[in-house]
Design a protein. Structure first.
Length: 377
């Protein structure tokens, strides 16, 4: 059996090596490394895949969030409601712009921000909601958009872990993650479901005015070279990455289905272990399993990690410290106990290997290891 990895990018690359290498050679031969034609081609193909009018590419997922916030017309001191159970980039982008992150706790089973908790945090200073589609499943976007409409709030989706997931509204409308709010943001970090060979990101919108603003902001505030109509940043998806992503976009549905099949196996094999809570799949959203995240007790989590590591099975904790307890964000005045669900999850979640190249033998070995631990725990 091959060594088990949390993410197997080498195995994935080997299956599409000829296509990727050819795409990269074309870019190198043309020497159009910045804003080459492949960037535009990929943007158009991404728009078609997501059924969204505009996909504006940028340098990485964190920049995507920052540029989206810059384009939304918020002012320093405005409040943005988001989740405390996420990667730091979500909150970092808010704080960097002088906006105030306001946290709303998450649902204990699906891990996404709770609409009931969002409602409690809305004030006269609230200007936006920034939900995160964590681990590959959409947050409750019908409830979020209803709150946003009622309070005239901007919605920016962090869809970096859920590109390709679909959300179904009660009226039958189905939309892909990142295309529901005013702006959706995604990352093409290598381990993402659609990942490049470095950094990359994109902003998604159906609003042409917002698209033009984000395009301008990402290019030093300019649409015409040397003429700068607004303050911007330098954040571009380089041509090599765009060429790679355009190849991998053709396989995204296949990749997501491979993840779902692995998750289905985990569900069947681990479903009878009383000390484990398996990831919930809400009926409104498909789940594309950027991560397969178990929940257990504090006592079991770390000892299970050690037990599996000794058997050559890697695990990860996404995320061990919720945002409101991060030292760098202590100035916002939050304390332990403010968001009990997020705090409990931080001490009890454990992600096991999840990627497109998992074999039946590996899946069996992983699940056997978990079952063996709980036989003696």
């Amino acid at each position: 059996m091959e060594k088990i990895q949390m993410v197997d990018l080498t195995g994935q690359y080997n299956k599409i090596r000829n296509e990727v290498d050819s795409a990269m050679k074309n870019v190198i031969s043309s020497a159009s490394f910045i804003n080459g034609p492949e960037v535009g081609v990929f943007s158009k193909n991404l728009e078609a895949y997501l059924d969204v009018n505009h996909a504006v590419t940028c340098g990485n997922g964190t920049d995507a969030l920052q540029i989206a916030l810059m384009a939304s017309g918020l002012e320093r001191g405005d409040e943005v409601i988001t989740t405390p159970f996420t990667f730091i980039a979500t909150v970092e982008a808010i704080a960097l712009l002088g906006l105030k992150p306001v946290f709303a706790d998450v649902c204990p089973r699906c891990f996404n921000i709770s609409t009931a908790e969002i409602e409690k945090q809305v004030t006269g200073k609230t200007k936006a909601i920034l939900p995160v589609h964590l681990y590959g499943q959409c947050a409750s976007m019908e409830g979020i958009t209803e709150i946003a409409t009622r309070h005239d709030l901007f919605v920016i989706e962090d869809a970096a872990q859920a590109l390709g997931s679909e959300y179904s509204f009660s009226n039958g409308l189905v939309k892909k993650a990142g295309t529901i709010g005013h702006i959706g943001c995604t990352s093409f970090f290598p381990s993402k479901n659609l990942g490049c060979f470095g950094d990359g990101g994109a902003m998604l919108t159906n609003n042409p005015v917002l698209a033009e603003k984000m395009q301008s902001i990402s290019r030093h505030g300019s649409l015409i070279k040397y003429y700068h109509e607004r303050i911007g940043v330098n954040s571009r998806l380089d041509t090599l990455q765009a060429a790679i992503l355009d190849v991998k976009l053709r396989y995204l549905d296949r990749y997501n289905q491979a993840r779902v099949m692995a998750a289905d196996y985990y569900d069947r094999a681990l479903g009878g272990i009383d000390q484990l809570i398996l990831p919930e799949r809400i009926k409104q959203s498909s789940h594309i399993f950027h991560a397969y995240t178990l929940k257990t007790t504090v006592r079991h989590r770390d000892s299970l990690r050690l037990f599996l590591r000794e058997r050559g099975i890697p695990t990860m904790v996404y995320y061990p410290v919720p945002m409101h307890l991060q030292k760098g964000y202590s100035a916002y005045g939050y304390k332990k106990g403010d968001f009990p669900v997020s705090e409990e999850l931080a001490s009890s979640v454990l992600s096991i290997p999840m990627h497109t190249e998992l074999t039946q033998e590996q899946l069996e070995y992983i699940c056997d290891g978990i079952r063996d631990y709980f036989k003696t725990a």
